[in-house]
Design a protein around this ligand. Structure first.
Ligand code: NBP
Length: 486
């Protein structure tokens, strides 16, 4: 028989089957295992590199962990129907693990992919595993290392009947807010991973907006400690959120070697793993505007072009930065710009989820989705309660901006928001997400846009026709435009 390492003693519990199995003991996998185990479940673990399994099990003596050196031993150690969560690097590794598992499993066993998989991959895997008589759940798990250990927000997609089997474990290990678990059945197929993708897109937006606030404060001459105090104070108010909280803490952190704020020593090149770009592609495919998230993804791209930026900084001119006349009012102005832009970012993300949910027939409940983001995940924030309330009072809400609470918020903050964007533009400070959000807001609230001229242009060069404001809707017209030579 293949090796099974059991912390209870040589053979004491080998016959006792585990409630749950997890494959992939990197940072997320290890922490999820400890979380599941801490709720009274016995967990079997497997990692491609066996030394990692050995080391992990050895580091946690006395816990109900069963470490397996082979997949065969791992599968054999689980109670049926088996519940196996894969937490390996997204992409080809997930398919590789599934291929290895299939011959070892029995009909009705459940495979859960808890990584950041592309929802279309999840749909493909769902169909494949179903054709093999197996059950599949594609679950987005948010909250990073800490969330995985203490309670993540979980977004599972798949058949309702499979969710019912997994519900006790998922509800036990998820974060809780006001006694409610931060996990619901999102919908069938790829719905869970899709919603996790949107969550990540919104996370990109939130992070970029905070960084733009920081760049304005920095340009105005606030010290890093003063900025930390601003974010700490904001975390006590309407903007209270995990990302504001960690921003304050990050700004406070001093480098042991130099005594300088660590943030000021970190190279300004942002990384990304792809979920933001997936969100952009999906928005483009569905003709939904997510300009704030778009700006956030593109800001990371431009940041990564450090060498080009350094060269351009010596060639391309900007204005002289002088925010001193407004420094005293800047905190209040930027606060409102951040809050309003954040609302726009969520409005856009929710619009995309609504559009895709309807197209795919997923039956997404946007209010309940916002509710499970209140705890455990990176975008957890006080104002998510307001989104839940908005969709509870009007499940058909066309756009979050039109909910009474958010409408009042935007009406109240828009002047400071405009002034912040104007100050940034006048001083040459890039605020692509603040300004993209404002552009969306102003476009959305415009009764008449400049698309009349655009339609004229289209009809001019391509005879694409147009409608008229003084004729019935749907009646198309074409003008014989003058010929243009040269
Ligand atoms: P990684 O994404 O860094 O993946 C490392 C794990 O994948 C290791 O256990 C590794 O085994 C295993 N693996 C690889 Br790589 N290729 C494999 C293959 N062909 N067959 C079997 N195993 C393979 O781990 P992570 O950061 O814990 O993330 C796990 C998943 O959770 C990812 O999808 C990630 O996007 C998602 N996620 C991560 C976070 C986070 O904060 N890190 C948050 C939310 C979601 P080895 O030890 O043998 O190399």
């Amino acid at each position: 028989m293949a090796a099974i390492h059991n912390v209870f003693g040589p053979r004491a519990n080998v016959t006792m089957k585990s409630d749950f199995g997890l494959i992939g003991l990197a940072v997320m996998g290890q922490n999820l295992v400890l979380n599941v185990e801490s709720h009274g479940f016995q967990v079997s673990v497997f990692n491609r590199t066996t030394a990692v399994t050995d080391e992990f099990v050895a580091r946690h003596p006395g816990k109900k962990l069963v470490g397996a050196a082979t997949l065969e031993a791992f599968v054999e150690s689980l109670a049926t129907p088996r519940k196996i969560q894969i937490m390996v690097k997204a992409g080809a590794p997930v398919d590789a693990v599934i291929e290895q598992l299939i011959p070892l499993l029995s009909p009705g066993d459940i495979v859960i992919d808890g990584g950041n998989s592309l929802y279309t991959d999840t749909e493909r895997r769902d169909a494949y595993l179903t054709s093999k008589g197996l059950r599949f759940i594609g679950a987005g798990v948010s909250g990073g290392e800490e969330g995985a250990r203490k309670g993540p927000s979980i977004m599972p997609g798949g058949p309702l009947s499979t969710w019912e089997v997994m519900k006790p474990i998922f509800e036990a290990i998820s974060a809780k807010v006001d006694g409610e678990p931060c996990v619901i059945h999102i919908g069938p197929g790829g719905a869970g991973h899709y919603v996790k993708m949107i969550h990540n897109g919104i996370e990109y937006g939130d992070m970029q907006l905070i960084c733009e606030a920081y760049s304005l404060f920095k340009a105005a001459g606030f010290t890093t400690q003063e900025m930390a105090a601003i974010f700490n104070q904001w975390n006590e108010g309407e903007l209270q959120s995990y990302l504001i909280q960690i921003t304050g803490k990050a700004l406070e952190q001093v480098d042991a070697e130099t005594g300088k704020p660590i943030v000021e020593l970190i190279l300004d090149k942002a990384g990304q793993k792809g979920t933001g770009q997936w969100t952009l592609l999906n928005a483009a495919e569905n003709a939904v505007v997510i300009s704030t998230i778009n700006a956030a993804v593109e800001a990371r791209v431009l940041s990564s072009q450090k060498k080009q930026r350094v060269a351009a900084s010596k060639e391309l001119k900007g204005p002289k930065v002088d925010l001193s006349p407004v420094k005293a009012q800047l905190v209040a102005k930027v606060h409102d710009a951040l809050y309003a832009s954040k609302v726009i970012s969520y409005a856009q993300g929710l619009d995309l989820m609504k559009t895709m949910g309807e197209k795919k027939g997923w039956g997404l409940d946007l209010g309940r989705i916002a509710a499970i983001w209140r705890g455990g995940c990176i975008i957890r924030a006080r104002f998510l309660n307001r989104i839940t309330d908005a969709y509870r009072s009007n499940p058909q809400l066309t756009n979050l901006m039109l909910d009474p609470f958010f409408k009042e918020l935007l009406n109240r903050t828009q002047q400071n928001w405009r002034e912040t964007v104007a100050l940034a533009v006048t001083n040459g400070i890039p605020v692509p997400a603040f300004s993209a959000s404002l552009g969306y807001y102003d476009s959305y609230r415009s009764e008449r846009l400049s698309a009349n001229l655009l339609q004229a242009q289209r009809d001019f060069f391509g005879a694409h026709t147009y409608e008229r404001i003084d004729k019935p809707e749907g009646t198309m017209f074409h003008t014989e435009w003058p010929e243009v030579i040269g």
